[in-house]
Design a protein around this ligand. Structure first.
Ligand code: ZN
Length: 90
């Protein structure tokens, strides 16, 4: 039996709150690849996925949780200058 899909909260086309309680002003969310590695949100390279920097959930452009990153998201908070631009493909 498939697990029911989990969705994060969204507002105006952006993630507003993760299931873990993270929001854009707390740890934030960054664009990522299918493995959850942080990447630049460049057309042709980016699939519209973002990763929660608190719980490492990978979130797609329908705000569904599609995986968990093995990448240690919390550790890279220092480098976070992104918000996650879901729905605004560069
Ligand atoms: Zn989260």
């Amino acid at each position: 039996m498939a697990m029911p899909k989990q969705y994060v909260k969204s507002h105006a086309g952006e993630i507003s709150e993760c299931i873990c309680g993270n929001d854009p002003d707390y740890y934030g969310f960054v664009p990522c690849d299918r493995q959850g590695n942080q990447i630049e949100p460049v057309a042709g390279e980016w699939d519209g996925l973002c990763v929660c920097q608190l719980c490492s959930r990978i979130i797609d452009d329908s705000f569904a949780v599609v995986g968990i990153s093995a990448w240690p998201a919390k550790a890279s908070r220092i480098n976070n200058s992104y918000y996650c631009p879901l729905g605004t493909m560069v």
